[in-house]
Design a protein around this ligand. Structure first.
Ligand code: 5GP
Length: 139
């Protein structure tokens, strides 16, 4: 399904472009929660992070620190959050993979986070299941 970011990629909608190469586009968020709030998206059209190809993921990984350095330099803050939401319950509104880079110049500007630790399942058992899933994915 087409998203607003597809329309930006296709040039149908404008954006304030920050960075672009063959694989990645970065642009200013239309409703920033701090000055410098930037979005970084792959040109590969996938809704969720785990759906990306290795190549698209690698290109995103290469671009993110470079864009973060620019955001730090221009915002004057070396403190920031990188946010990446997957699925509506996880606060995803646009179903095209994107990373938010959100400056946190002071404790009350930028991304607020509620961090509520739970009674976790056995981590050794969980890690074993995750190792098996990763091995299966790599096979
Ligand atoms: P999500 O909640 O999906 O992680 O975040 C989507 C982000 O996209 C929001 O921060 C929202 O402000 C931004 N956004 C939505 N529509 C547009 C648009 O048309 N242009 C730009 N530049 N940003 C948008």
């Amino acid at each position: 399904m087409s998203t607003i970011f597809d329309r930006i990629l296709d040039g149908e909608l404008p954006c304030h472009r920050v960075f672009e190469n063959d694989h990645v586009l970065a642009f200013m968020d239309i409703a920033p929660i701090s000055a410098g709030h930037t979005l970084v998206i792959p040109k590969e059209r996938k809704a969720r992070l785990h759906e990306l190809s290795d190549d698209a993921a690698a290109e995103l990984g290469r671009a993110l620190p470079r864009i973060a350095r620019a955001v730090c330099k221009v915002s004057g803050s070396e403190d920031y959050n990188v946010l990446q939401n997957n699925g509506a319950p996880a606060h995803q509104a646009v179903f095209h993979v994107h990373f938010h880079i959100i400056p946190r110049p002071t404790a009350n500007v930028g991304l607020g986070i509620d961090w509520n630790p739970i009674e976790a399942p056995d981590p050794a058992e969980y890690a074993e299941k995750l190792r098996a899933a990763i091995a299966e994915d790599a096979a």
